[in-house]
Every structure is written in C-alpha cells, then in structure tokens.
Design a protein around this ligand. Structure first.
Ligand SMILES: [Zn+2]
Length: 112
C-alpha cells in the first residue's frame, strides 16, 4: 500500500513538474520524482508536495538525491521560508506510520 500510494503520488509530481529541469542540477530534464528528505529515515515526508520534485536519474539515483544542490533548487522554486518550514517538519517528525485510511485518502487526492 505504501508503494502503491508512492506510485500515484510520484505520477502526480511528474505531471505537476512536467517540462521543468532537474531540481538539483538544473541542467538535465527531470523525469523522476525525487525526495529532498529521503523516504528512508523521513517517512513522514514521503508524500509531501514540497519534499518531492522532478529530478534527473543522475541526481536521484547516482548522486543519491544530490541533496546540497537539491536545497538550492528548492529555495529557488518555493522560497527559503517554505524550505525552512519543510526542514522544521523534518526535525520535529521524521517517522510516521501511515494508516491504510490515510493512504487511501492520498491515493484519492492524487490519482487524477
Ligand atoms: Zn539532476
């Protein structure tokens, strides 16, 4: 269920960001939904709209998110204040056990 929800959510992100360059390197076309705070260790943010943005495979897979550059790209996209807010959430609540009901709600919201 977590994976299925991620598939639906990631598809929403790819559609939302269609045509944008990779959030991290800014030089390659993005084609993957990449997390700023990774799913592993930050499960509370796995379906957060600010935390997931279009990335190229090079940054997402081979550079493991290319996180330092991701932050720069994210500040350009949503502003320093929103990034700080996201980081605040990450500090306060990293791990979340998602209920089936919550996951169903996310699928319903993003499966468009
Ligand atoms: Zn990239």
């Amino acid at each position: 269920m977590l994976k299925k929800t991620q598939v639906v959510f990631n598809r929403y992100i790819r559609n939302r960001d269609e045509g944008l360059q990779c959030i991290s390197c800014g030089s390659n076309a993005g084609n993957q939904a990449g997390h700023y705070f990774p799913v592993k260790g930050f499960s509370a943010l796995r379906y957060d709209e600010w935390n997931v943005n279009l990335q190229c495979a090079g940054c997402n897979l081979f550079l493991h998110g290319n996180q330092a550059m991701y932050r720069i790209g994210l500040v350009n996209k949503i502003g320093e204040k929103a990034v700080k807010e996201l980081e605040g959430i990450a500090i306060k609540n990293r791990v979340k056990k998602w209920s089936i009901e919550e996951l169903k709600g996310i699928i319903k919201k993003y499966d468009i």
